[in-house]
Design a protein around this ligand. Structure first.
Ligand code: AMP
Length: 283
């Protein structure tokens, strides 16, 4: 496995790889890798000749009062995990390498990025789409894997690719959970044992919501979301949002809605966790 620290090295490697007719699969991450990330890597490995993993805690997607400085990092551990999973290239730049001084150009998706995390984290998706666009230019992937743990992010990136004609296929990958149901996240390491067990309420509440949606459809989404929020609050969480939106529009469900994104964000202690269920409705 090769480790690149500069954009120039990555871009040269990608151009040569494409000239040789090889298929490039990309997995963008912020590192502190876990089995959720590695499932994306394994998917990429099964479809690509060359797998590129990027490891970059992207400052432009963090708000001023968020956890950029304390975001967990362990390069050696990440490097080993990538090697063990057959990654060809690990791209791990510093922020100063990634962004030219005075960088003033953004990619901004302005529809799907509005609700949910877009509403509670202003500037977050603009940071995500900008860095992912840059990584697409540099790594020139045929396809890129994104996890449905971050379902809205995945949909925003699909829209960006469509709207801006990136020649990249987006491969959405299933959400991976711990045995007890907690969605795997690098941020889980912030949780105390007590917070972690309380945080299981998010998944439980969303599963309850899923059952209600499957049984009743979307006639009472606000009741379903209120019930889920109350269950998370009762477990000691501070709910940021629980919402049930049309998966295609990320707006309130209508008679046309075929699939619902039931999504939640909640703080346990100072740690903000997100989770979701994608619920197909009976035709
Ligand atoms: P992150 O490092 O948190 O930015 O995540 C990098 C990629 O891994 C994103 O596409 C995430 O959606 C994906 N990912 C993170 N956690 C999980 C998980 N538990 N299951 C599936 N994919 C995940």
């Amino acid at each position: 496995m090769i480790v690149f620290r500069t954009k120039a090295e990555l871009a040269r490697f990608a151009s040569e790889t494409r000239r040789a007719g090889k298929v490039i699969g990309l997995v963008p991450t912020m590192g502190y890798l876990h089995a959720g990330h590695m499932s994306l890597v394994d998917t990429a490995r099964s479809k690509a000749d060359v797998v590129i993993v990027t490891l970059f805690v992207n400052p432009t997607q963090f708000g001023p009062n968020e956890d950029l400085d304390r975001y967990p990092r362990d390069f050696e551990r990440d490097r080993k995990m990538c090697e063990e999973h057959g990654v060809d290239v690990l791209f791990a730049p510093e922020a100063a390498e990634m962004y030219a001084p005075g960088s003033s150009t953004w990619i901004e998706e302005t529809d799907l990025a509005r609700p949910l995390c877009g509403a509670s984290r202003p500037g977050f998706y603009r940071g995500v789409t900008t860095v992912v666009g840059k990584l697409f230019h540099l790594a020139q992937p045929d396809f890129a894997c994104f996890g449905l743990k971050d379902a809205q992010q995945c949909f925003v990136i699909e829209r960006m690719v469509r709207d801006l004609d990136f020649q990249v296929k987006i491969v959405p990958c299933p959400l991976i959970r711990d045995a007890d149901g907690l969605a795997l996240s690098s941020r889980n390491r912030y949780l105390s044992a007590d917070e972690r067990s309380r945080a299981l309420s998010i998944h439980k509440a969303l599963l309850e919501g899923r059952r209600a949606l499957e049984e009743q459809g979307t006639k009472d989404v606000s009741g379903i979301c209120a019930k889920a929020a109350a269950a998370i609050t009762a477990a000691g969480g501070r709910v940021d949002y629980v919402e049930a939106l049309d998966r295609a529009t990320l707006k309130a469900p209508t008679a046309e809605t075929r699939e619902v994104l039931l999504a939640a964000a909640a703080f346990f202690g100072t740690t903000r966790l997100i989770d979701n269920e994608l619920v197909e409705l009976e035709a």
